[in-house]
Design a protein around this ligand. Structure first.
Ligand SMILES: [Zn+2]
Length: 397
């Protein structure tokens, strides 16, 4: 069942009112089985208010009358559902020499997706805008917003403050891309945060704390606290790659003993060839494989220690492994090693802390980016059933 949940922030003036969001949430939660009477009962809002808001939401093509249900006595009930045929949202992922764009309906079904490979010496604004135009052209509805997941520190003004590994500084991605896309609203989100949002959207819990551990060339975390992204005062929350783990190794940032000196993806892999990785995964015991195993073990130890700290600090029990390491053959053995260590450290009265893969895998970034755009435009967080992220799983219009 698709649901919409209230979040505190609605940024579009036409849907800013909390009551609008409450009604929209309620209709979506009803999954096509609620009438206006049910919405009145569920929201506690006055009859006239609900009638007015529903009429407004229907006019805005966010809600539709989805059929009638005969009653033993009196008039049939008119059922309400999300209007899944009009609004479209585009989620974009810019990372790892690739750009992926996917088009979603209002309740999170992926209609189309496209990936292009290109060097990302700049954020590739023109490539992204061309993809958005291609995604927007054939849709029978209208594209209401675009979400873009990018690496680095991202402000709520859509400016990438810094993406050190890409050499980007103060890139006004949101504004510039919006101009290239004929004024479409563009909402930019950090990549780890996008994965965290995708997990929230797939969760059935109303209150949700999700932490994504992002491991690639750098290490970061995406943190959703009680259903909302936690940005920090300067949008630097989750910048955990350079915390001190007490080694004597010098980091590329100039400091000594950073987490990235043992747990970044290139460090774990080291000089191991693909053959050595395959040997390690098959249980070979030569010198290269043993060295690789030691690096995986070392990284796992520090990651487990970090997750244990975060679990105690945030009252979180589940962590998601995201980023390039999630698609690396070394990802699964690293995750197993981390979980083996976490299993040894269950505090009395606490749940077992676990590190797991993201629910949507490679789709989690574009879906999270689209979920971010939907939240920014409509003030709601979509929830969709697992598996609905597959292309083509769209109701017939
Ligand atoms: Zn460092």
């Amino acid at each position: 069942m698709t649901q919409l949940r209230f979040t505190q922030k609605g940024t579009k003036s036409s849907l800013r009112a909390r009551n609008d969001v409450l009604v929209l949430q309620c209709v979506a939660a009803g999954g096509g089985r609620f009438s206006r009477t049910d919405v009145i009962r569920e929201t506690g809002l006055p009859t006239a208010t609900v009638s007015e808001i529903v009429a407004d939401l229907i006019e805005r093509r966010l809600v539709r009358e989805a059929g009638r249900e005969a009653q033993p006595v009196g008039k049939p009930r008119v059922l309400l559902d999300l209007d899944d045929f009009h609004h479209r949202f585009i989620g974009v992922q810019v990372a790892n020499e690739r750009i992926t764009a996917s088009r979603f309906t209002l309740n999170g079904h992926m209609e189309a997706t496209e990936t292009v490979s290109r060097p990302l010496d700049a954020p590739a604004l023109h490539s992204v805008s061309e993809m958005v135009h291609r995604m927007a052209a054939p849709t029978p509805g209208r594209v209401t917003g675009v979400g873009v997941a990018v690496p680095g520190i991202v402000g709520d003004d859509g400016v990438i403050r810094a993406a050190v590994n890409y050499g980007w500084h103060m890139v006004s991605l949101g504004r510039e891309l919006s101009e290239l896309c004929d004024g479409l609203p563009v909402h930019v989100v950090n990549d780890a945060n996008a994965v965290a949002l995708s997990e929230v959207a797939l969760s059935t819990d109303r209150v949700n704390t999700v932490v994504v551990l992002w491991i690639g060339t750098g290490i970061g975390a995406g943190i959703v606290l009680d259903g909302r992204l936690y940005h920090g005062g300067a949008f630097r929350s989750g910048e955990i790659g350079h915390i001190d783990i007490g080694t004597s190794l010098r980091c590329h940032c100039g400091l000594i003993g950073c987490l990235e000196t043992v747990a970044a993806q290139p460090t774990i892999r080291g000089d191991a060839t693909d053959q050595a990785v395959a040997g390690y995964l098959a249980g070979a015991d030569d010198q290269d494989c043993r060295a690789l195993g030691e690096r995986v073990g070392r990284a796992a130890k520090e990651i487990a220690r970090l997750l244990s700290t975060l679990a105690g600090t945030l009252d979180a029990t589940e962590f998601i492994l995201g980023g390039p390491i999630a698609g690396d053959p070394l990802g699964p053995p690293l995750m197993r090693a981390v979980n083996d260590l976490l299993a040894l450290r269950v505090m009395s009265g606490f749940e077992q802390v676990v590190l797991r893969s993201s629910t949507l895998g490679t789709h989690s970034l574009v879906f999270g980016a689209a979920a971010h755009a939907i939240r920014q435009e409509l003030g709601v967080v979509i929830t969709m059933p697992a598996g609905a992220g597959e292309v083509g799983d769209v109701p017939a219009a």
